[in-house]
Design a protein around this ligand. Structure first.
Ligand SMILES: Cc1ncc(COP(=O)(O)O)c(C=O)c1O
Length: 351
């Protein structure tokens, strides 16, 4: 059935092994981030087989479904209201709020569990994490008094919101926090988690400061791309995931609508360029599955737009002589992999 997202397991394994080897050679453990592929067990199995250190996801539903003997990590800060589900379905969660951590402690006690936490420190990207020194030290004092919480380490997240690029200087601040916390509280922090795929460039250049011993990697594994500059990583595949969509109509028609143009199905007034008649193909995939701006044709095709259930493309200049029923293939971005994997209307095919 089309549309179909085609997942090349060999290429996925290759990217994973490549990044795992580099990380491990530099003394860095890896949390494999599964949210972009909705924790599909076929790919989780590969993470298991290649001995990933942790499996991390932002959604509790995904973590609950994952079959693994690796520690499960909740990436998104837990909601207070979901504290019980969090301690049941994950071993470790990233945290920055004492109220939430106390709830995790309460439910861990109820279930006779010890829940691990990584305290998030905001080094300037302005998403999650404690921002001021005094808040970091105060919360640690409180965390250490909670009997069913184990402080596994500290971490930071960069680039995702503020676009801040990790540098050795910024990551050194996290290492300095580690040293100060360990000295002040006479404890040892096991995990110092220095970010996501935006830290890959530093990793490849061997510039991750000594003391950072963990990264949480999603995009670099699935798309072979680092996220500080958006460069593709040498020796990795960018086409682990591709989209195949079927032509359901193919007709020669004008390039601009006939009649007075008002709002389209999404409340926007569309604009068109008159290129005379063109060969227009309608594909049976639409906005409900993917943003048409986030798919890249392999072929010389121009994507004209989309509605909920259709993407319309101009195939006039294609080297292929398409017919109704033919399949058009697309490369994908992180955003399109995310939405296509999430859509229940897109079938998954593994090769
Ligand atoms: C806290 C956190 N860490 C790591 C990641 C993985 O990021 P990336 O896909 O850039 O490796 C994400 C996002 O998925 C995240 O929210």
């Amino acid at each position: 059935m089309y549309p179909k997202i085609v997942i090349n397991k060999k290429k996925f394994r290759h990217n994973l092994k490549y990044l795992l080897d580099i990380s491990h050679n530099r003394g860095i453990s890896v949390m494999g981030v599964s949210k972009v592929f909705c924790a599909d067990q076929n790919l989780i199995d590969i993470l298991n087989e290649e001995n990933i250190d942790y499996i991390a996801d932002s959604r509790i539903v995904n973590l609950a479904s994952i079959l693994t003997d690796k520690p499960k990590v909740l990436l998104r800060l837990p909601s207070v209201s979901a504290a019980e589900e969090v301690i049941i379905n994950s071993d470790i969660s990233l945290n920055s709020e004492l109220l939430t951590i106390k709830e995790l402690n309460r439910f861990s006690k109820k279930h006779d569990l010890i829940h691990g936490i990584i305290l998030m420190i905001d080094l300037g990207d302005l998403r999650e994490g404690l921002f001021y020194d005094k808040d970091v030290f105060n919360i640690i004092k409180d965390i250490l008094s909670l009997k069913n919480i184990s402080l596994k380490g500290i971490g930071t997240n960069l680039t995702c919101y503020g676009g801040v690029i990790p540098t050795p200087e910024i990551l050194t601040k996290l290492v300095e926090y580690k040293t100060r916390i360990e000295t002040m509280f006479d404890i040892s922090l096991g995990i110092i988690s220095g970010g996501n795929s935006s830290s890959i460039e530093l990793l490849l250049d061997d510039k991750i400061p000594f003391g950072i011993n963990n990264l949480r990697l999603g995009e670099s594994i699935v798309l072979g791309r680092e996220t500080a500059y958006g460069s593709f990583i040498d020796n990795t595949y960018s086409d682990v995931f591709t989209l195949e969509a079927e032509i359901i109509e193919l007709k020669d028609k004008p390039s601009i609508p006939i009649g007075q143009v008002g709002m389209n199905a999404f409340g926007k007034v569309p604009e068109f360029k008159d290129k005379g008649n063109i060969l227009r193909a309608i594909l049976s995939v639409g906005k409900q599955d993917v943003d048409h701006n986030e798919i890249i044709p392999f072929d010389n095709i121009n994507i004209l737009g989309s509605s909920s259930d259709h993407i319309i493309v101009d195939v006039s200049n294609s080297e292929n002589l398409y017919e109704v029923g033919d399949i058009i293939k697309f490369r994908l971005t992180y955003a399109s992999i995310l939405s296509l994997m999430t859509s229940k209307y897109v079938s998954k095919h593994y090769e």
